[in-house]
Design a protein. Structure first.
Length: 666
């Protein structure tokens, strides 16, 4: 990673030093005059940003708060660049962000993965006459941004990075955009334009500068923060308010936002039920789409979940169903286009009344309705609470947040990504803690003292915990908190493994998990998550691949399981490693299937092919991995682009029926 960062900064430094893309004053002034004729008058900050990105240097950086009109400024810059003879391209990490960039600026845009795939096929390479605009650059990981900047530096192209380091962080490792801005500076736009009322614009600035509590207090003072006893009641209250707003202002745009896909599903179902009760939906057609069984009707709001160039839709495109049958659907997208498709060709669609906050970065609507849950942080709350023009309503349940102070603390958590070069001291762990105001060992000891008695009390049945009277009891925890935490985690791992193994055994006997087993697994997951975030997820991924590990860990033999869990953590957090492992596993299974077929081992051949089908099917649940593997089709034995999703294309190329893998069944 250090070497990657060094290449990134070398490329950036080379580009900053060169001035090969200057725009003349006449071209810039003509573009400004055309914008004013359309009614667009740039603010002083936008005009300075325009001057910065058209000043000739090969690298430009624009940092702007949410709703400051970055895309509008880029639209003027596009006209100036094109008048000067340059070709302007736009890219973003996600399809919907690319679509928003194109609609807001007129710059033809696509995803970064699509552009890199073209490079891998010998197409779409940058030249010295290109200007590449990268929007929402704060979401781009270090490795990917390094590849793009290095390619641009070699080609002599200009790159303009646009984003906000405080909004949603990169999925992959690193904070490349923030790091480049800190080293080389750039233009900053702080005048918020999206919200129509001054106090709401002030609230967005508060969110952007880390004063989340001030923003929430402002909204609360205007009656826009709503508490309920439970999350379920908060969800019902949100839908009530959304429905009243929908019927009172049918011409306004609106979206429901929350943190998790599970909550999105529940909110979508509740909103749709209100539409049905009001008589605003046609006849239901029951379908099975990529995410499972769904009912769609004329008038339904829908969201597309996969980029599809042939249809002109992106992952996150919203629209309204005009017609639907068991075979096809016609949708009027929010930008006014009619999109029709057969489900045999495209089934990545779901209801679109609610969306995750990650789908919303770059979105602008008249009103938003937000359900807060404990997974939020300062970056997600900044995005969620700044999408609206006219108003926002924030709902939460007191079972998640005991009071508004707890809500504010959660929504203020700084989870900004870091660079390896941020930690150049001899003790990176201590440096990491100190950068966040944490006294490292003292904080770890505090976690152990609090978690052991309060959170995981049930794990210690039969386990002796030292009392206050026992010599050195408190000192022992203070002196070796890491060992104490390791023991707590081991206990949680063993309990979780026993719960999983019990369900596996029941499935082996042809039965289903009992309610008691389900309840125990859910409680074990909760306990495990408390002491090791994502621990249950990573352990279950390891057990799915090798069920014997669950049996071993259930008896207290955890060494192999711990190694497998660490590997799953590595695979989850580093998509490039996941991609490498996927390709290696696929090639190994493909070779094995060929040997088995030639040897007449049809039983082994069918088993191997089934495993390959499971792998292909898994890509439908992992769009990030699917995106990375788009550039490695040759390694996967895909010779012809069939237009299908990668998982289906992989299965089609190898003549495999997509099967189903082993599941815990919850």
């Amino acid at each position: 990673m250090i070497e990657t960062e060094q290449r990134l900064h070398r490329a950036a430094e080379l580009m900053v030093e060169k001035e090969r893309h200057e725009v003349g004053d006449r071209d810039r002034e003509t573009a400004l005059a055309r914008a004013e004729a359309r009614g667009l008058v740039l603010s002083g900050e936008q005009a300075k940003a325009l001057a910065h990105v058209t000043d000739g240097r090969d690298l430009g950086v624009v940092v702007g708060y949410a709703g400051t009109g970055k895309s509008a400024m880029l639209g003027v810059a596009r006209e100036a660049w094109e008048a000067a003879g340059y070709e302007v391209r736009g890219v973003a990490l996600s399809g919907i962000a690319a679509e928003n960039l194109e609609s807001g600026s007129g710059i033809a845009s696509r995803t970064i993965a699509s552009m890199e795939h073209g490079w891998g096929q010998g197409r779409d390479a940058l030249t010295s006459r290109d200007v590449l605009v990268i929007d929402e650059a704060g979401m781009v990981g270090t490795r990917q941004l390094e590849r793009v900047l290095s390619h641009a530096a070699d080609a002599g192209a200009k790159v303009v990075l646009v984003g906000d380091p405080q909004q949603l962080q990169s999925i992959e490792a690193g904070a490349a955009f923030r790091s480049i801005h800190e080293r080389h500076g750039g233009a900053e736009i702080g005048e918020v334009r999206r919200q129509r009322e001054d106090w709401q614009r002030d609230a967005t600035r508060d969110l952007a500068t880390g004063r989340t509590g001030d923003a929430i207090h402002a909204y609360d003072g205007h009656g826009m923060v709503h508490a309920a006893p439970t999350r379920e009641q908060a969800r019902d209250d949100l839908i009530d308010r959304w429905d009243r707003d929908r019927q009172a202002s049918p011409d306004q745009s609106r979206i429901i936002l929350t943190h998790t896909n599970d909550e999105v599903r529940a909110l979508n179902e509740a909103a749709r039920e209100r539409m049905r009760e009001a008589g605003d939906l046609g006849d239901d057609v029951r379908l099975t789409v990529e995410r499972g069984a769904r009912s769609f009707a004329g008038g339904d709001r829908v969201m597309f979940l996969q980029n599809e160039r042939g249809l002109g839709v992106k992952n996150g495109t919203l629209g309204t169903v005009e017609q639907v049958s068991e075979r096809s659907m016609s949708v009027r997208t929010d930008d006014g286009r009619n999109v029709s498709f057969d489900f045999k060709d495209y089934d990545r669609i779901d209801h679109g009344y609610a969306a995750t906050i990650h789908k919303a970065q770059g979105m602008t609507v008249d009103r938003t309705h937000v359900l807060a849950t404990p997974g939020l942080d300062a970056h997600g709350s900044y995005v969620a609470l700044s999408r609206h023009r006219d108003g926002m309503d924030l709902h939460y349940g007191r079972e998640d947040f005991a009071d508004q102070d707890r809500l504010i603390r959660t929504l203020s958590r700084d989870r900004a990504k870091d660079m390896a070069s941020d930690y150049e001291r001899a003790d990176p762990a201590q440096d990491y803690a100190e950068r966040r105001g944490i006294a490292f060992r003292e904080r770890l000891a505090e976690i152990v003292r609090k978690v052991v008695p309060e959170k995981v009390r049930g794990m210690f049945d039969g386990m002796h915990l030292p009392t206050e009277s026992e010599q050195g009891s408190e000192r022992k925890v203070e002196e070796d908190p890491e060992e104490a935490l390791r023991k707590v985690r081991t206990k949680a791992l063993v309990r979780h493994a026993r719960a999983v193994d019990a369900i596996f055994e029941m499935q082996e006997q042809g039965g289903r998990a009992s309610p008691e087993q389900v309840e125990e697994l859910q409680e074990a997951r909760k306990v495990f998550e408390e002491v090791r975030p994502y621990g249950p997820h990573d352990a279950e991924a390891a057990y799915k691949k090798n069920p014997e590990l669950a049996s071993e860990a259930a008896t207290g033999q955890v060494n192999r399981t711990v190694r497998a869990l660490q590997l799953e953590t590595e695979l989850r957090t580093d998509p490039q490693i996941r991609a490498d492992r996927f390709v290696e596993s696929w090639q190994r299974l493909d070779r094995a299937s060929q040997r088995q077929y030639q040897a007449g081992d049809m039983s082994g051949y069918k088993s191997t092919r089934s495993a390959m089908g499971d792998m292909a099917k898994s890509l439908e649940r992992d769009p990030q991995l699917e995106s990375i593997l788009e550039g490695r089709k040759r390694d996967l034995g895909i010779g012809i682009d069939s237009g299908r999703s990668l998982g289906r294309e992989l299965a089609f190329s190898h003549g495999i029926d997509l099967g189903r893998g082993r599941s815990i069944g919850l």
